[in-house]
Ligand binder design. Structure first.
Ligand code: S3P
Length: 172
């Protein structure tokens, strides 16, 4: 079984993914971290020296690599993965995807200065610009995110509650 967590930057895919994997006794893969580790560079640096298309191809290659593995895993995707080529169709053919849905306001209020800095698309935006950019960008991405097998309204739910919800869905 492969569980893909998808959603906008900063919606909590990685932290929830870790808890979910631990509870379900599954392997945890954070796509951004694995790509950074292999490239020996941060996502921001990869964007800067190789360009976004290179990074998107690395993401797709990783999805294909994970598809080959027999192990059960929770995979935390980067926020742009669903918007690239036919990634959502491919992801849904490999396992089940969960869209962690939050509003731009909620995400902006959770995002630390470092969290903003390390993401090339958010770096340098002030508070007002951040919410404005996210609102517009999320609206463009929503049709891709909505292709997920499950849409999870995360607004007022704790991680523990979300873990339980997701485990319940995959059992059912
Ligand atoms: C991106 C999301 C980031 C990272 C890169 C681009 C995006 O991942 O892959 O900065 O385009 O939404 P997170 O969703 O883990 O922040």
């Amino acid at each position: 079984m492969k569980i893909f967590l998808i959603g906008y930057m900063g919606c909590g895919k990685s932290s929830l993914g870790k808890k979910l994997a631990k509870t379900a006794n599954m392997e945890f893969v954070d796509m951004d971290s694995l790509i950074e580790q292999r490239e020996g560079a941060s996502v921001s640096d990869i964007f800067a020296y190789a360009g976004e298309a290179y990074f998107r191809q690395a993401e797709r290659n990783l999805i294909e690599e994970l598809a080959e593995q027999e192990t059960s895993m929770v995979i935390s995707t980067g926020g742009g993965v669903p918007t690239w080529e036919d990634n959502m169709t491919r992801i849904n053919s490999i396992g089940e995807s969960f869209y962690l849905r939050r509003t731009a306001q909620q995400i902006a209020s959770r995002l630390s200065p470092h969290g903003r800095y390390k993401r090339p698309k958010l770096r340098g935006l002030n508070d007002e610009e951040l919410v404005e950019f996210m609102t517009k960008n999320m609206a463009e991405r929503e049709p891709y995110y909505m292709q997920a097998t499950h849409v999870v309204d995360c607004s007022d739910k704790s991680d523990e509650c979300l873990v339980e919800y997701i485990l319940d869905k995959i059992k059912g």
